[in-house]
Design a protein around this ligand. Structure first.
Ligand SMILES: C[S@@+](CC[C@H](N)C(=O)[O-])C[C@H]1O[C@@H](n2cnc3c(N)ncnc32)[C@H](O)[C@@H]1O
Ligand code: SF4
Length: 402
């Protein structure tokens, strides 16, 4: 949940959607995203819409504000209510709220639309913000999946990233989650941090695999403007990340994770089985509908995309006045939807059907095949699927196809 929001047309105070958007909601799945914009402290690299103590965001009343937005969503998405296939609590650090608060929010989602019997319910968590008792409470409340920010197993790298936990805490939290009954546990890694060595990252991968999780996400460090990390780089205290190093680390991630039985299903995500893939993220990437509740949250329903006001206090004020917290919205044109579809689906291992491309796009795909960026076996059966080299250059391949 990046901190800058795009411009757009105003959202009506009622939050009402055009009738066209309300038809067929959930035809490709329906999910709910719940944003919890609080962290114990801000990591130096992170520009997510989140607030540490003393940064002016009120926690009191936050849950009630989110409940008010869920009630508004119920009025807007009247009949027939879509069944909820996936729920994702993200942040920030959702697990900074007591498990009872997260349970109240999940109950409200269930009471509003009904959770599918096999719904996936994920929460993100900082490893420091959970313990065996809270994890058991989250399982009892209906959470099925947890995603822990590990980032690295190297103490020096964690220090550059301003992480507060020890490397061992993420591993312990993963075990505690398994013991509490979570069948699906993810660890997030960041690679390419200044000072990280090849063996640091190899150790991080081995530690994540050794923690018995069934999912690993690995992201190249992005230097976001306005962060402490960016300021340190500008002052010359730390070097900027190198693209070549990031490519080497990505190849190491693929080799080590695939060797341990994990398969990539999206450029930055590996799962130990089909069931272990994050269904909520797959819903985003395959054109599903979702309502995002919370400040700065984005929603996508029936071709309308909107986003909420960013600050938690403004968000709560809007809802207290009975108004939608929506800040802006856009009705996607068919061309825009097509562009998004190509961008998202090409990053998936399931690939993009070649017939989704126009003539120029298919010619560019043939050229990408010749350059070793697309897999020939998939191409022969009409699918553009990235090779390992293609994944390293995914953005350039996408640009060429569009
Ligand atoms: C909301 S956080 C995860 C939960 C929890 N807040 C934590 O950090 O442990 C989402 C993930 O985004 C990734 N992330 C955030 N900022 C990033 C950046 N600038 N570059 C790369 N990855 C980033 C981190 O891997 C982080 O675990
Ligand atoms: S704990 Fe997570 S969301 Fe919070 S500042 Fe750190 S990376 Fe960002």
């Amino acid at each position: 949940m990046a901190s800058r929001l795009p411009d757009g047309a105003p959202v009506p105070r009622s939050g009402e959607l055009p009738p066209r958007a309300r038809a067929n909601v959930g035809a490709r799945g329906f999910g709910v995203y719940v944003h919890i914009p609080f962290c114990a402290s801000r990591c130096g690299y992170c520009d997510f819409n989140t607030y540490a103590p003393g940064e002016g965001a009120r926690r009191e009343g936050y849950v009630d504000a989110v409940l008010a937005e869920i009630a508004l969503a119920k009025r807007v998405l009247d009949a027939p209510p879509p069944r909820v296939d996936t729920v994702f609590f993200g942040g920030g650090t959702p697990t900074l709220l007591p498990p009872d608060d997260l349970a109240r929010l999940l109950d409200a989602v269930d009471g509003t639309w009904g959770l599918a019997v096999d719904a996936e319910v994920t929460t993100e968590a900082n490893p420091e913000s959970v313990d065996p008792t809270s994890l058991r409470a989250l399982r009892r409340a209906g959470f099925t999946r947890i995603s822990l920010g590990m980032q690295s197993a190297a103490p020096g790298v964690l220090a550059v990233l301003d992480r507060r936990h020890t490397p061992g805490r993420a591993v312990d939290a993963a075990y505690e989650a398994r013991d509490a009954g979570f069948a699906h546990v993810n660890l997030d890694l960041i690679y390419g941090t200044p000072g990280e060595t090849e063996s640091d990252f190899a150790g991080s991968l081995q530690t994540a695999i050794g923690a018995g999780v069934d999912h690993v996400s690995a992201y190249a460090l992005i230097v976001e403007d306005g962060t402490r990390l960016a300021a340190r780089m500008r002052r010359g205290e730390l070097p900027y990340p190198s693209d070549d190093v990031a490519a080497d680390r990505y190849i190491a991630a693929e080799c080590t994770l695939s060797g341990a039985g994990f398969g990539w299903y999206e450029v930055s995500n590996w799962a130990a089985s089909r069931d272990a893939a994050c269904r909520h993220n797959l819903l985003y990437w395959t054109g599903g509908d979702w309502w995002g509740v919370g400040p700065g949250a984005h929603s996508h329903v029936g071709g309308v995309r909107w986003w909420n006001v960013k600050h938690p206090n403004t968000y709560a004020q809007r809802l207290a006045a009975g108004d939608s917290p929506g800040q802006g919205r856009e009705l996607l044109t068919d061309d825009e939807r097509h562009t998004e579809d190509v961008m998202l689906r090409l990053r998936l291992s399931s690939g993009l059907p070649l017939d989704a491309l126009d003539g120029a796009g298919r010619a560019a795909a043939a050229a990408a095949l010749g350059d070793g960026l697309l897999e020939s076996s998939a191409f022969e059966v009409g699918t553009a699927k990235l090779t390992l080299r293609g994944r390293l250059l995914a953005d350039a391949v996408i640009r060429s196809l569009l």
